[in-house]
Design a protein around this ligand. Structure first.
Ligand code: MG
Ligand code: ZN
Length: 221
């Protein structure tokens, strides 16, 4: 599928207001805002998720990237409907950008929408995009200090994915300690341990996604 691209404009209206409008437009469509630092594996996880849910759900992706369409092309290669938001240097997505991306999507034909935020653990956590769920992703390769250093994103996330579990034995990442730290920051969040490379944990992750689709469908009739 071809990649559509929208460019960021100067913020026109208050984020909160536009996030509310996005949420109304997404009324029946479950939406997940995926946040991580660069290189944690968001795009690979999305590719594997699209494969895992193929035949069940039509998936759309709003792909936030500072300059390139590389990730959007990878996602489009999986057959998902993709809109690239080129933030032109900005380090996060805001609700205005996502609203303009939604203009480009056939929302009625989708069952699940992902927003791949710009790789950054800091300010993406501060912007409501109109999503249902924020999901924080961190990889064992980046070290275990992320929850303590960037607590806001972990506090705001309904789920945390600890990715690249296949690399665990090559790092000093202390899984139990990191789990505890995440639990301390956000006792209600669900933690998945995955390897998008080997497929470990992807079934549980996809089961959670099926569940949020089911829940939103029954809530919205
Ligand atoms: Mg990416
Ligand atoms: Zn930013």
């Amino acid at each position: 599928m071809p990649v559509k691209v929208v460019m960021a404009q100067k913020i026109l209206r208050a984020n909160e207001q536009v996030a509310r409008e996005n949420r109304e437009r997404l009324n029946r469509l479950p939406t997940v805002n995926l946040i991580s630092s660069p290189g944690a594996g968001k795009t690979t996880l999305l590719e594997k998720t699209i494969q895992g849910l193929r035949g069940e759900f039509n998936i759309g992706v709003v792909e936030g990237d500072i300059y390139t369409t590389r990730d959007a092309e990878r996602i489009a290669g999986q057959g998902a409907e993709v809109v690239q938001v080129n933030t032109a240097g900005l380090c996060h997505l805001d609700a205005n950008m996502v609203g303009r991306a939604l203009d480009q999507l056939e929302l009625d034909g989708l069952d699940l929408l992902f927003i791949e935020n710009v790789g950054n653990l800091v300010c993406p956590a501060e912007f409501d995009l109109g999503e249902d769920h924020k999901v924080a992703l961190l990889s064992v390769a980046e070290g275990g200090d992320k929850p303590e250093k960037y607590p806001l994103v972990f506090r705001e996330s309904q789920a945390v994915v600890i990715n690249k579990s296949d690399l665990l034995s090559y790092t000093d990442f202390d899984m139990n300690k990191v789990r505890e730290e995440i639990r301390t920051i956000n006792p209600d969040t669900i933690i998945f341990v995955t390897s998008a490379t080997t497929g470990e944990g992807l079934e549980a992750w996809c089961a959670w996604l099926r569940d949020i689709v089911r829940r939103k469908r029954s809530a919205t009739g």
